[in-house]
Design a protein around this ligand. Structure first.
Ligand SMILES: [Zn+2]
Length: 374
């Protein structure tokens, strides 16, 4: 089996998708360059003076489904821009690695790539190169877990930091694969962050709107003893102060794969039919019929919104919902804007939830497939 698996976009198609977002009104501009000199593109949607949600994807080059989810989210957010929140997305960070993975696929090479090319010629795991709890680490095969010579030594991570520092980011999500997990800070420390309750609540709120079960866990406690030092997650929270989550999108592609396909690392990290999977994450409805019924019965069925941010108290349980005006004049969910046009029903957009966060309606407890350290 050679070639890019059906439904996935190679580098040229991702570039075209970014150009299309610009044509639809998103503010698209380079935030920096990769080791090879490719643009690391930032996409901005929403009012320039609003508080910002950061969306990151593609730090790890083989996790293509994360890039697909970011592009699906952006397509929906551009179609119905939020009125009171700005989205600053870097949806395709490790461009060089992505290009090399594409070349592997075309050539039929079964290779797991983890790092970038390395500013000093040694591949760096970009999700170990951020300046919170940074450690140089040991260089392992594929660049896994090697933090690089110094924090932000790599042009790709430097581009992310340059774009997001001072940008008013108070919420953030980074998209990886795989494992059906939503990870909270810290990755580099065992102890809980001060805002652990708020982070966990935000993670459960997103999990409740996923099209399949997602497990919520603090990153460092996913695999006890396996710390991730210098992760984007810890930097987004520890330096920027953002309510930050890392989503391990989908359960990968191993289930149902042919033995031959299983030999390809790309298959481990990326499910089949990516467009449908990414779109499901970007738009799917709340899976919990109970929370749907609670909201429908609350007397404010048109306000398919979030409970107050005061935590899971009685107010949240009886479904007193914060009403938010929809760009089209009706009322919908979350500051990302409900884009289904179905505000009366129990539709709820993970895109809106990712953009707006909020406390939980439902808990997801079934563990997903354990995979690799984030
Ligand atoms: Zn990853």
């Amino acid at each position: 089996m050679t070639g890019v698996p059906a439904g996935y976009r190679g580098a040229a198609a991702v570039t075209a998708a970014l150009a299309e977002l610009a044509g639809q009104g998103a503010r698209v501009a380079p935030a920096g360059r990769t080791v090879r000199g490719a643009d690391v593109v930032a996409v901005e949607v929403g009012p320039a003076d609003a508080p910002a949600t950061a969306i990151l994807a593609g730090l790890h080059p083989i996790e293509w489904i994360g890039v697909e989810v970011a592009l699906a989210l952006l397509a929906r957010l551009v179609a119905a821009p939020p009125r009171d929140r700005r989205i600053v997305a870097l949806p395709w960070i490790n461009v060089d690695g992505y290009v090399d993975v594409e070349a592997d696929l075309i050539a039929g090479r079964r290779r797991w790539r983890r790092g970038n090319l390395g500013a000093d010629g040694r591949g760096v795991d970009l999700n170990r190169n951020f300046p919170v709890d940074f450690r140089v680490g040991r260089r392992l095969p594929t660049g896994w877990n090697y933090g690089g010579p110094a924090p932000l030594s790599e042009p790709e991570t430097a581009a992310v930091a340059a774009r997001l520092r001072g940008a008013g980011v108070d919420r953030a999500v980074s998209l990886h694969s795989f494992g059906n997990k939503i990870l909270t800070p810290w990755g580099g420390r065992w102890r809980r962050p001060e805002r652990h309750a708020a982070l966990t609540a935000a993670a459960h709120a997103v999990a409740a709107r996923m099209p399949e079960p997602y497990d919520v866990v603090q990153s460092s406690r996913w695999v006890p003893g396996a710390f991730g030092h210098g992760m984007e997650l810890d930097w987004l929270h520890g330096e920027l102060g953002a309510l930050a989550l890392l989503v391990e999108c989908t359960g990968g592609g191993a289930r149902g794969a042919t033995p031959r396909a299983l030999l390809s690392p790309f298959t481990w990290f990326n499910p089949p039919a990516p467009a449908a999977r990414a779109d499901a994450i970007a738009r799917s409805r709340a899976r919990s019929s109970r929370s749907c019924a609670a909201r429908a019965g609350s007397g404010v069925a048109r306000a398919v919104g979030r409970p107050r941010a005061a935590g899971p108290g009685p107010a949240a349980r009886v479904g007193i919902l914060r009403r938010l005006r929809h760009p089209r004049g009706d009322e919908s969910a979350g500051v990302g804007g409900g884009v289904s046009g179905d505000a009366v029903s129990c539709s709820y957009e993970p895109a809106a939830e990712l953009a707006g966060g909020g406390p939980p309606h439902a808990r997801v407890t079934r563990a997903g497939v354990t995979s690799h350290p984030p």
